[in-house]
Design a binder for this molecule. Structure first.
Ligand SMILES: *Cc1c(COP(=O)(O)O)cnc(C)c1O
Length: 255
């Protein structure tokens, strides 16, 4: 899966370097080690060739927001001997009936937001004799603090959900994930997320990952303590489908 267009490869290399520089600068400004912040490349809507091109630059962690797209791309890239082995992450809302599929892909799930999904993932992990890395997604609210805007569990339900993940066989609680409210200053929302993460870590010391920050707000997230930033647009370019930017979690359907 070689990249046909050398200008595409060049553009992606420039973008990747620029994103990494933004992360490193934000980390240093916050007095943090730049190596403590990982980049997760969000490849949703982009073809497998673009993923292969970014992988050729050394990136290994990629995320999708839909299981079907993830599974198609992962299969295409795994079949190509020229592409190194990649680590996949799911950052979009997950329906229970897709739990087995996502477990089969060995993906880290950043978007666990309710107990029935915990149970479904645990059942699938047990059936497939796999261990699944899980982050609990926190709803940081909309611009006015209203819940339900950008997915995730209400903050006061997060400790209990974290306990459920930690208690479930086959699941490993890795930390918390969130998307900042649309519009306005993301910093206060990320501070609330970081405070919640401290609470969860008191009971689950291994849950050390904080997945926060996207193309538009990664600096604020790194300042607040993000260990993983999820970047799509600043790396790959503007997504061709406008509707996707409106609904970064993919389908709102629940099971
Ligand atoms: C699409 C998406 C991202 C990446 O967003 P960009 O603004 O394109 O960087 C990050 N996190 C989630 C949950 C997403 O759905």
């Amino acid at each position: 899966m070689s990249v046909q267009d050398p200008r595409l490869a060049e553009r992606l290399a420039g973008n990747l370097a620029a994103v990494r520089r933004r992360i490193d600068d934000a980390a240093r400004a916050a007095g943090r080690d730049p190596a403590s912040v990982a980049l997760l490349a969000v490849s949703k809507t982009w073809p497998a060739e673009a993923v292969a091109a970014v992988a050729a630059l050394g990136q290994r962690d990629f995320a999708e927001n839909r299981v079907q797209e993830l599974s198609g791309k992962a299969a295409a890239l795994a079949a190509d001997e020229g592409v190194p082995q990649l680590r996949w992450h799911l950052v979009g809302q997950l329906q229970r009936n897709k739990a087995a599929a996502v477990v089969r892909l060995g993906a880290t799930v950043h978007s666990v937001d309710r107990e029935p999904l915990v149970a479904a993932l645990a059942r699938a992990a047990e059936a497939q004799e796999r261990v699944v890395d899980v982050l609990v997604q926190v709803d940081l609210g909309g611009p006015e603090g209203e819940l339900g805007e950008r997915g995730g569990a209400p903050p006061d339900e997060v400790p209990r959900l974290a306990d459920a993940v930690a208690a479930a066989g086959g699941l490993r609680l890795r930390g918390l994930m969130a998307v900042a409210p649309r519009g306005g200053d993301p910093a206060p929302a990320f501070e609330r997320l970081a405070a919640l993460a401290v609470r969860v870590r008191a009971d689950h010391p291994a849950a050390s990952e904080l997945s926060a920050g996207m193309s538009g707000d990664l600096e604020a997230a790194v300042t607040a303590g993000a260990t993983v930033v999820r970047v799509g647009t600043a790396l790959f370019g503007s997504r061709p489908l406008a509707s996707d930017a409106e609904d970064p979690h993919g389908t709102r359907a629940r099971s």
